[in-house]
Design a protein around this ligand. Sequence first.
Ligand SMILES: [Mn+2]
Length: 297
Amino acid sequence: MAPATARHIIIGDVHGMLPELNALLGAVELRKEDVVVFLGDLIDKGPDSPGVVARVRELREGGQDVRLVKGNHEEKHERFRRAFAAAGDNVKMKGLDELKGITAALSGKDIAFLETAEIVVKVPGGVAVHAGVLPTTKTLDLATLGKGAELLMRVRHVTGATQASVTIEFGGLDFHPDFEREQELSPEELVALLGAERRTVVKTRYRPAGSFITLKKEGPGDPFWADVYDGRFGHVYFGHTPYVEDKTPREFQHAVGLDLGAVFGNRLAAAVLTGDGARSYVSVPAGDKFSTTPWEE
Ligand SMILES: [Mn+2]
């Protein structure tokens, strides 16, 4: 257990930006008793992923309480390592050159360190996750979430309205009703409404408002998750979505986005939580820009 006076330093996506990480650790005047939480995506895109992993690993080896949240980039590397072990050079994945180059440059200790990453890290007054939480999530228990835990690493926009449809076989024809008024009904209620006893239900589809949307598939009525998150798990500290023009972390009612897009040439940021419950922010400018596509994963 960290002592009561310990601070929590929560750091946004580093993406291989080693000088900026060192500058940030200097700017927060890191103390031995601080808990340092990295929000994931230590690696990829930037110039020195292996250097960043070694730096953070050595911080832990030096006795600092370091917690690592798993980002979608750490998850992608895990998938690559498994696939490469099984299929060698026959592996087909997007970004293969970067995956291979970084993997080759990581030591066994570095990889073991990366594999200590957690999907959710509890922090005072809330949780740290890589991307966010779905507004509809009822629990953060990973066993209960199952494959849904994956979305904590990826969520951005969520559905703004409930989508419900029932496909019904009727007289040899497929019947695809288009619901508007009944949107709040469950599939069972929709079927009852349609008099299903005379028909055969082929397929029901029900997605409540607040469901996951794949990147770039969102429409104008689909909010960013943190705009509709009700605070049920406390304050959520997240990265993943880079705010490439913001000078300070993006604050929501019950969440704060700490990825200020260092690798996109903006800033590397941290939240500092003190024992008395106060929250402040520290950030340092990026020395250079190594990626120009913040809308990509
Ligand atoms: Mn990410």
